[in-house]
Design a binder for this molecule. Structure first.
Ligand code: FE2
Ligand code: FE2
Length: 174
């Protein structure tokens, strides 16, 4: 199928790179970060096709958005605030990424800021949250939120309806 061929051509060099493959060892939402990244990339690919965006940028940035080692619970700060910047550094180190891809990776945690805003939780670290500046940036941010909620339900057994609810409110207000 044509779509699968295109998707594989965009992803294969990243998926088979040894540093990226090390993400298989990191626990992430009850699964591993390699599989999480693949899910986000695939959903980003499909959504970008649907909304006629730059498929290559969204898919590659979707794959590389969480390109850091360590388990999320090891460090809350690395997990929620610093990891987009760490991922950008790693992506630059091992792959030739464009400025657009860098911006998508950097802003993928914007959904976290929206959840904080809606729930009125004070955020002391706003300086590390970047707003998406492109259609592809908003798509990867959305894909990460949806995949994370899905993984929370399937792999961690968490009830994520509240997360979806918060997301829908913010989608309307965005
Ligand atoms: Fe992330
Ligand atoms: Fe993620």
């Amino acid at each position: 199928m044509k779509i699968n061929k295109e998707y594989r051509e965009i992803c294969d060099n990243i998926l088979n790179e040894e540093h990226f493959m090390s993400l298989k060892n990191d626990i992430h939402h009850g699964t591993n970060r390699y599989d999480h990244s693949r899910r986000v990339a695939h959903l980003s690919y499909l959504l970008t096709k649907l909304f006629k965006g730059n498929v290559k940028n969204a898919t590659r940035a979707g794959l590389l958005h969480d390109f850091f080692n360590g388990n999320a619970k090891d460090s809350e700060e690395l997990s929620y605030l610093n990891h987009p910047l760490v991922s950008v550094e790693n992506a630059k180190k091992y792959f030739d990424i464009s400025i657009e891809e860098e911006n998508i990776i950097k802003s993928h945690m914007y959904h976290y800021a929206l959840v904080k805003k809606v729930t009125h939780v004070k955020d002391e670290n706003k300086e590390n949250i970047f707003k998406p500046t492109s259609k592809e940036g908003r798509i990867v941010c959305l894909a990460d939120l949806l995949v994370s909620a899905y993984e929370g339900i399937v792999f961690e057994g968490r009830y994520a309806a509240a997360l979806y609810f918060v997301f829908l409110i913010n989608l309307i207000r965005y």
